[in-house]
Design a protein around this ligand. Sequence first.
Ligand code: GLA
Length: 380
Amino acid sequence: MKTKIQEKFKTLFGEEGTLYMSSGRINLIGEHTDYNGGYVFPGAINFGVMAAINPNGTDKVKVFSIDFDEFVEFGLQEEDKPQQQWARYIFGVCRETIKRGGKVAGFNAVFAGDVPLGAGLSSSAALESVFAFAINEINGNGIEKFELARIGQSTEHNYCGVKCGIMDQFASIFGKEGSLIRLNCKTGEYKYFPFHPKGYRVVLLDTCVKHELASSAYNKRRESCERAAAAIRANHPEVEFLSDAKRLWLDEVRDQIPQEDFLRAEFVIGEVQRVLDVCDALERDDYETVGEMMYQTHFGLSRLYEVSCEELDFLNKLARKCDVTGSRVMGGGFGGCTINLVKEELYDAFIATAVKEFAAKFGHEPKIYDVVISDGARKL
Ligand code: GLA
């Protein structure tokens, strides 16, 4: 990837570029909790986006995407928003940096990535983070890391139409080799947990299903949660986010909110607690409990939050059948991957069965990703 990027950079701009890298992420547990002020437990992975970037002495950004085989040039004013979706991520990062008082001088860039698109591994966060990080360095803006993550998140909100939480960009920026990070999305406090589950492997199974309406369905889930939180807040003013609510308080408003909102909120309140339970279990090396919580999360995401799909539910059931310790849909949902915690000695049989049975049912094989927990945004 490095050589390809540098070669292209030389051809287009006549010099070598400075290389930066950022990563996609997994999330062990804590789904749809981030925008509810709850906990998440992600880590950066060994799939990412790499970019070569140099200032070009103009007020224009000139950028080539190797994966889309496309060159785009844009200015840095609000009205210069490019047409191409991939370029909007970069444009958004520039604009959000400027909005925070940062300087963004024109630059040349070439980038490529190996995070599978639409698989729930946050390829877009990897793209935002590598540019947020590099632009900050090149211009000497000194914006702190958490704010760099927020630049990526605001890019999604204001330039890409997804009202996402902070998890993906946080993991992409803060990722550390061999560690998962428990983040309290309300306070911003975080803690690294070394994650080396002895005798187990973490593997992702990609259904290769991508749902067109995923971002509007995602935004709707968020609205449901906000409505539920508002109803609870009327009785308990201390509830700023849904994650502040006790289960009992949700029951109090059951008749005042749509059934759908109730189910969404029921999931979120349970999920916040599961993250804490998983962290406790990890400190005891109790992977059986970790796995059981993952199955519970899948059930909730499928039945209460309704962000699963037939293919994901199929893989989850199959994991149970193959005695996989933990398995669940990962990320926003509506397609993408399951994350599986599986004993080493069961790994081969599980993968073989999953590939065979999934292909027989859906006509194509799932993709298998063996992920390694890796570093986040950095200069190479
Ligand atoms: C997507 C969003 C995140 C988070 C997850 C669900 O990945 O970008 O902010 O809400 O879905 O946990």
